[in-house]
Design a protein around this ligand. Structure first.
Ligand code: UDX
Length: 459
């Protein structure tokens, strides 16, 4: 056809789908094809029921699909025709052998590279978009060029920084686009090629170019720093609970220092999601690999504080409820790792619910979108759990509410009615400091915010 260039994205997952939808939307002169071996996934991308929900995604897909955006299972054919290949296959944590539980499992990346090598008959730019360890580009380059002198592959690193729930906005108005390349004529040429694509909608000064290794490492470091801020404020929340300081006030006070900045300072039950823990463990593994043990220990503490925070939350619940929650019903408000998603990957709720069951409580879990995933996550864990759409049903006869995800709707419930439905004394443990604690206390609840003094009734 009359397209300038053909882009193919391998992997129709969480990164590939939204990224390519935005590129297709802004670059009508490029043909964008997302390929995946999963028939089921591709069928969904071609249907009205996209496999993932992100605000604005559906509109963009519908607008571009069949015009310059395509979803296909013909992986080989599309790779063969591509000028630029984005690799967004998943990079889970290794579950076996050396580095199990910490290192990244690179088998899918390697398989992809071998496939590209076998099929290609023309020069290509290969863009690593999946989060992969530093120097993975070197692995890619060696595999792609092994036993092959006629075809040239230029590797670029172009990590994505989008967060769930805001993926489209993060792509459309990014803080920055990072492109790492080799400092060779061909490397610079490939870099300019990719810069041109983003130039369709991203202001020039926001496109940052670095060497390959800086780009690869920056992705891990960005997530490690974000997670570190959360662990830092959470560590202080523990101290606040002992000293009558209020972590919200402390966070606000320090955040006004522009060197510190106001964002990502909300104390809570700890971070979850598919990236933070995984990337931290990966960074730690990398440091150990290079013998940098004090550096590895430093970042390990960020993970440790996160575990401590979840454990502390449960301990505070047990202590407040007269040192036993055996046979007591606890209503869990929210299971997703953050609001506006049904995603529960590494959600703190999983760890907290497990610990509550170990204390032999009985759980009724409610969440507007994450109940199907919650059921899967809690499968096989001994204990009694109800899953209820309706929070008013969930609190019937409960001794306590544990708020674990700050869904907006939890602010607008009738807490007087909820108090009536519960056992007395009634307890609320607000794991996200999301509710109006004064109002709840006045209704009669004993209220516990993270990093805040307990508000207890002693009649
Ligand atoms: C994150 C990064 O933000 C994104 O740039 C990267 O590309 C992928 O990982 P995401 O996992 O979607 O995105 O969620 P994010 O909004 O960053 O929240 C992660 C976790 O941190 C959540 O569990 C959230 O509740 C928690 N959090 C966040 C806090 O506990 N306190 C805060 O102040 C901010």
């Amino acid at each position: 056809g009359d397209f300038v260039k053909k882009i193919v994205c391998i992997g129709a997952g969480y990164v590939g789908g939204p990224t390519m939808a935005v590129i297709a939307h802004h670059c009508p002169d490029y043909k964008v094809t997302v390929v995946d071996i999963s028939q089921e996934k591709i069928a969904l991308w071609n249907s009205d029921q996209l496999p993932i929900y992100e605000p604005g995604l559906y509109e963009r897909v519908v607008q571009c699909r069949g015009r310059n955006l395509f979803f296909s299972t013909e992986v080989d054919k599309e790779i063969g025709e591509a000028d630029i290949i984005f690799v967004t296959v998943n990079t889970p944590t290794k579950t076996y052998g050396e580095g199990a539980g910490r290192a990244v499992d690179l088998q899918f990346i390697e398989q992809t590279a071998r496939r590209i090598k076998e099929i290609s008959r023309s020069d290509k730019i290969v863009v690593e978009k999946s989060t992969i360890p530093v120097r993975a580009a070197e692995t890619l380059r060696r595999i792609l060029h092994s036993g092959n002198n006629s075809i040239h592959f230029e590797i670029l690193s172009n990590p994505e920084f989008m967060a769930e729930g805001t993926a489209i906005r993060d792509m459309e108005e990014p803080d920055r686009i990072l492109i790492g390349s080799m400092d060779t004529p061909q490397g610079r040429q490939a870099r300019d090629e990719l810069t041109r694509i983003y130039g369709h909608w991203v202001p020039k000064e926001r496109v940052l170019t670095t060497n390959l290794w800086s780009s690869e490492l920056s992705k891990l470091v960005a997530n490690a720093f974000l997670a570190q801020r959360i662990s830092s404020i959470n560590s202080i929340s523990a101290l606040c609970e002992q000293t009558e300081a209020d972590v919200t006030q402390v966070g606000h006070a320090i955040g006004m220092d522009t060197r510190i900045g106001a964002k990502f300072l909300n104390a809570g039950i700890g971070f979850g999601g598919s990236c933070f823990r995984k990337d931290l463990l990966n960074l730690i593994y990398l440091c150990e690999h290079y013998g940098l043990h004090p550096v590895a220990e430093f970042w390990q503490k960020v993970v440790d504080i996160n575990d401590f925070q979840m454990q502390r939350f449960v301990q505070r619940m047990v202590n407040a409820m007269f040192n036993s929650i055996v046979g007591k019903k606890i209503a869990v408000f929210g299971f997703a790792f953050k609001p506006d998603t049904g995603d529960t990957r590494d959600a703190p709720a999983i760890h907290i619910c497990r610990a509550l069951l170990e204390e032999r409580a009985w759980l009724s879990i409610t969440d507007p979108h994450a109940l199907p995933n919650a059921k899967k996550d809690m499968e096989g864990i001994p204990g009694e759990i109800d899953y209820l759409e309706d929070p008013y049903q969930a609190v019937k006869g409960a001794h306590a509410i544990a708020l674990l995800t700050e869904w907006n709707q939890y602010r607008n419930l009738d807490y007087r009615k909820i108090h009536d439905l519960m056992e007395k004394p009634a307890f609320i443990f607000d794991g996200r400091n999301h509710l109006d604690h004064d109002a709840l206390f006045d209704i009669g609840f004993n209220v516990y915010g993270v990093g805040k003094p307990a508000r207890e009734h002693f009649e």
